[in-house]
Design a binder for this molecule. Structure first.
Ligand SMILES: [Zn+2]
Ligand SMILES: [Zn+2]
Length: 121
């Protein structure tokens, strides 16, 4: 982990939150979000009513499109190894083939994740 944030030495104006503190807080919220997402287990296994084998990995949305090396940790999808890196997974198939096979985009999966976190699904 890259937890090298140091308290800012700049004096904040009254009512302002120091930038370093804001970043730290955002990082903490992202971390707790990732923990909650991972605890859901593979979203695709759930959708397909399959029993999940093995651990859960967090897939960053659009991570295969080179849009952002450091995508937000809020944009993560929990997937088992097979549905992540495996032959029937989002990296194994690529997002287009993945869609052809499951009729699901990364954003569909992300919506499911949010829905499950909110207890709606
Ligand atoms: Zn799975
Ligand atoms: Zn991934």
């Amino acid at each position: 982990m890259m937890s090298t944030a140091r308290p800012s030495k700049t004096v904040p104006r009254p009512g302002d939150v120091p930038p370093a503190v804001m970043r730290h807080t955002a990082a903490s919220i992202e971390k707790s979000h990732k923990t909650r997402v991972a605890a859901l287990g593979c979203i695709l296994c759930h959708e397909l009513a399959q029993h999940q084998n093995g651990d859960t990995y967090l897939h960053h949305v659009r991570s295969d499109q080179g849009l952002s090396q450091r995508a937000s940790d809020f944009l993560v999808i929990p997937l088992c190894h097979e549905h992540h890196q495996g032959a029937s997974g989002i990296h194994g198939l690529g997002t287009r083939m993945f869609y052809t096979r499951y009729q699901l985009t990364e954003l569909d999966l992300l919506a499911m994740v949010i829905g499950r976190l909110e207890g709606e699904l």
